[in-house]
Write a protein that binds this ligand. Structure first.
Ligand code: FAD
Length: 446
């Protein structure tokens, strides 16, 4: 440890039990399957570099001594991505938090910058982020790119793979770590990589013009009508949007700080649209038999709790708070047949599967993605539900696994090739990406 302390300084090498415990965890406990598997896992030490050069030196040191390294942003991931399976070091990048460059079109930042702070700063300059997760107040840019997928803004700009990352600086895990500047198609190997094939120290993200966002809840007697409205709104290009999220009753009853403002028994659509579209929104809702209820004008955006705090995986958080026996899935519906799929799921599972959709425009196509809430009984039943979803064409990105090859989000072939090239000893976040060929010291055989 003297070697590491020599690199980052003694106060930034954390060896205490409590700190190691805290900084070895993420939100894996959302999953009743992952919870018992990852509960006891922890790093032998936490290193907190404050400069890019220190990252490179820590990697070289770890390579020399065969020490596994698991990179961490804010630890808000849901699948144990940031949990070290084999001990070793957690490389906490949250102190690498400088904004390096901001132009009209993009921002270049160090990986540990928090998305909330970045969004605030950009909005003060008449710009804003294109997409960000509902955990943006805590989550880091590097953690979002390496562990997330999409979020608020995805209804306009798609997910991380839709051109929402322009460039990354990646460090390899070798005797002399290389500094790669990755752009274009090569980025596919690093987006949602769980830090398994490189450590990202800098990211360049495209940014948008600041929009004044008003928030509104549209309510419907039937969830199907709520979905039809959200689809129509998603296709209405004249209304700028950041959030289009229909949730089935009783999910809104889990939203403690909001429930009193919502109609009891109604499906709720949580919306962020550009101000000035109130009448158009009301007309679209009426066309499907709905009405606009609770609304927050644009001048109160980000003052206190917002509607996005109840969307994406925050929906699951409120559900879990209300009833710890609930869990969730991540699903992708067919862009054409989704209404049919929704009714098939409802007639098969009833209240065992409560629907929560997030409309996204990816590759130009509006797609209902979903984080349905599942009443958990057994792992076997959970996988029966998954199998049925898949049998009717609803794709599942399994959130109950920490393995990249089973979670189904990333571009695996590209990631594996980068893993072979950048991490010959298999020391980066071992156990999360399995190399199919022999020759890696770790990361295979699990
Ligand atoms: P971490 O959890 O620290 O890391 C995530 C993964 O990336 C880990 O595998 C880690 O090893 C790796 N990593 C981190 N930084 C680097 C780096 N610089 N280089 C290489 N590897 C790195 N996700 C979404 O996409 N959209 C959502 O809307 C969303 N909502 C959520 C709501 C809740 C309530 C919760 C608990 C989670 C949600 N998530 C969501 C998941 C997660 O919060 C986000 O993906 C977030 O952006 C992760 O950022 P982080 O800094 O916490 O990353």
């Amino acid at each position: 440890s003297a070697g590491l302390a020599g690199i980052v300084g003694e106060e930034r090498l954390l060896l205490g039990e409590e700190q190691r415990e805290k900084l070895s965890k993420d939100y894996y406990w959302y999953s009743p399957v992952l919870e018992p598997l990852l509960r006891g896992k922890r790093a032998d030490g936490i290193v907190q570099p404050e400069a890019e050069r220190e990252v490179a030196e820590v990697l070289a040191y770890a390579y020399r001594h065969d020490i596994p390294v698991t990179t961490r942003g804010a630890g808000t991931g849901n699948y144990g991505q940031a949990v070290p399976l084999d001990g070793g070091l957690v490389l906490d990048l949250s102190r690498l938090d400088a904004v390096l460059e901001a132009t009209d079109a993009f921002v270049r930042v160090q990986a540990g910058v928090r998305l909330g702070a970045l969004e605030k700063r950009l909005r003060e300059q008449g710009k804003e982020l294109r997409i960000y997760p509902s955990t943006f107040m805590k989550a880091t840019v590097g953690g979002f790119v390496c562990g997330g997928s999409g979020g608020i803004g995805s209804i306009t700009y798609g997910n991380l793979w839709d051109g929402n990352v322009l460039e990354a600086v990646v460090w390899t895990m070798e005797e002399s770590p290389r500094r790669l500047v990755v752009k274009g198609a090569e980025l596919q190997a690093y987006i949602h990589n769980y830090g398994t094939n490189g450590v990202l120290t800098e990211l360049t993200l495209p940014i948008a013009e600041r929009t004044e966002w008003s928030q509104a809840v549209a309510q419907f007697d039937e969830f199907e009508a709520a979905c039809r409205f959200c689809y129509a709104l998603s296709l209405t290009d004249s209304i700028r949007k950041r959030l289009v999220a229909p949730v089935e009753w009783p999910i809104p009853s889990f939203f403690k700080p909001l429930v009193k403002k919502l109609e009891s028994g109604a499906a709720a659509c949580l919306l962020e649209v550009e101000e000035g579209n109130e009448a158009a929104l009301a007309a679209l809702a009426e066309a499907e038999g709905g009405r606009i209820g609770y609304a927050v004008p644009a001048d109160r955006y980000r003052q206190g709790i917002g509607l996005s705090d109840f969307t994406w995986n925050h929906t699951t958080l409120w559900a879990l708070n209300a009833d710890p026996t609930l869990t969730y899935l991540q699903a992708g519906f067919d862009p054409i047949r989704f209404m049919e799929q929704i009714s098939e799921l409802k007639s098969r599972f009833g209240d065992e599967l409560l629907l929560h959709l997030e409309f996204v425009r990816s590759g130009g196509t509006v797609m209902p993605s979903a984080l349905p809430i599942v009443r958990y009984t057994t792992e076997e039943r959970l996988y029966e539900i998954i199998a049925f979803c898949e049998s009717i064409g609803v794709g599942i990105n399994d959130p109950h696994t920490y393995k990249l090859e089973s979670g189904g989000r990333g571009r695996l072939e590209a990631m594996l090739a980068a893993k072979r090239a950048n991490d010959p000893k298999g020391l980066l976040n071992p156990g999360k990406l399995q190399l199919p060929v022999a020759g890696s010291a770790r990361g295979d055989g699990r």
